[in-house]
Design a protein around this ligand. Structure first.
Ligand code: EPU
Length: 419
């Protein structure tokens, strides 16, 4: 198993081109199952989860070829409606393929998806919505079988009890080729859902209201291929901004998604960093010591503060002047990185949903294991700002979300190597 060896203390400076969004690419790859033709996706990040998605597509009988950051997918020949248990277990986004396969073939057999352990991650809302759209759901020897008895889903009114990103995407995927109209109330509004909808519209889907809490999908008979560029990754962007805020220095994110990053930037600005957003670029400079954030940082569905950026911001606030408080409202177990930060000298107390961070002057290097994707990235952020050397293990978690992570950090002047 590989480790990152990091020597902290270097200021970071430079310009970076952001990778394409992981959380857009995966549902878009799933959406391509609905298309009776060829799609070319540009700006797909070269990540282990994207390779898993390609394996799922090929297993379904689609033809998916990845080359650099381009994915060529031809789903004209999709023929199998079963997703092997091993592939389901590789990542959470494997569940997105179920909505698409159900929409295209009218049936799907699958098992519970894998992914980061952030607390219970049930799929009850996905199943309830498909059932309302006509699916019969049964247990087939420990696996889940969803079947549309009429061969095709029908439109329905779906009211989600919580604006779940995955459930919203999965209802849309099942609805695009369904008979009639589907309305989703209390839909999630995350930018990655809008990106998937833009892709589907480029293929001829009729979807409106994405980005709002009421989405309407009018089923069509068939979808055609298209060429599409995935949006930049706002969470990778938040990570590099938090990293520079923690270590000191200045950074330019060249192809940033500015409005989509606003909920993160408006909080980060309160640390005293100078941030300027213009012409698709985000510039950040940290001069003196960071200031703690006065108001409680509450993670919320978009446009609230993103749960995916909680850990990396916490790592930066560990050395801020004063006390900051987080409240994690999306996942039950999303503070698993705090033990590693404490090992590096941070003063953090977790009490249920809340985490209280009393800023210390300096962190020191330590050995730690990445616990999950964003938690692992937070450990790298902390290690880059700490005195001395750190070894971060289990970095396969980090590889699931950050393309060329150590190359980018090295190009900014950070000392990090993989071994
Ligand atoms: N939930 C249910 N039942 C369901 C679905 C969700 O109770 O049927 C609960 C979850 O347990 C959780 C909450 O609803 O407590 C929110 O989950 P959501 O469905 O919104 O999350 P997701 O679709 O599983 C995506 C991202 C996550 C991101 C969350 C929230 C992808 C592939 N994953 O997960 O990203 O944290 O939305 O924004 O898009 C990451 O990139 O590190 C990551 C974990």
């Amino acid at each position: 198993m590989q480790n990152f060896i990091i020597t902290g203390g270097n200021r970071l400076s430079g310009e970076i081109q952001l990778q394409g969004s992981k959380n857009s690419t995966l549902p878009i790859m799933a959406a391509s199952v609905l298309v009776n033709g060829k799609c070319t996706l540009e700006s797909c990040p070269a990540l282990t989860d994207v390779y898993s998605a390609a394996r799922i597509l090929n297993g379904l009988g689609c033809k998916c070829r990845l080359s650099g950051n381009t994915a060529e997918i031809d789903s004209a020949s999709v023929s199998r409606s079963e997703i092997p248990e091993r592939l389901m277990g590789e990542m959470r986004s494997s569940i997105m393929f179920v909505g698409a396969v159900l929409g295209r073939l009218g049936e799907c057999t699958f098992s519970i998806p894998g992914g980061c352990e952030l607390g219970p991650r049930p799929i009850d809302m996905h199943l309830a919505a498909w059932s309302k759209m006509g699916a019969e759901i049964s247990d087939c020897g420990g696996r889940i079988c969803c079947r549309m008895p009429k061969g095709r889903a029908h439109g329905a009114k779906i009211s989600l009890s919580f604006p779940s990103v995955g459930a919203t995407e999965n209802v849309i995927l099942c609805a695009v080729l369904a008979e009639g109209e589907t309305v989703i109330n209390n839909a999630a509004r995350e930018p990655e859902i809008c990106d998937m909808c833009r892709f589907l519209r480029s293929c001829g889907a009729k979807i409106r209201g994405d980005g709002e809490s009421r989405i309407v999908v009018e089923g069509v008979e068939t979808l055609h291929g298209c060429e599409y560029r995935v949006m930049p990754d706002r969470i990778a962007g938040a990570t590099y901004l938090a990293m520079t805020a923690a270590a000191g220095g200045e950074i330019i994110l060249k192809n940033a998604c500015i409005p989509e990053s606003e909920p993160f930037i408006s909080v980060l600005e309160q640390t005293g960093c100078c941030i300027c957003c213009k012409d698709g670029r985000i510039y950040l400079r940290r001069g003196g010591r960071l200031k703690a954030i006065r108001d409680r940082i509450r993670t919320m569905p978009h446009p609230g503060f993103p749960t995916d950026a909680q850990a990396v911001l916490m790592a930066a606030l560990a050395t801020a002047e004063g006390t900051s408080v987080f409240e994690e409202n999306i996942f039950d177990c999303r503070y698993r990185h705090t033990d590693a930060l404490i090992k590096m000298g941070a003063d953090i107390q977790v009490m249920g949903k809340a985490a209280v961070i009393r800023g210390v002057r300096r962190l020191h290097g330590a050995d730690a294991e990445a616990t999950d994707l964003r938690g692992g990235a937070a450990m790298v952020v902390a290690a880059l700002s700490a005195d001395g050397e750190s070894r971060i293990g289990s970095i396969f978690h980090i590889d699931r979300g950050y393309e060329k992570f150590e190359n980018i950090i090295t190009s900014l002047g950070g000392s990090i190597r993989r071994e």
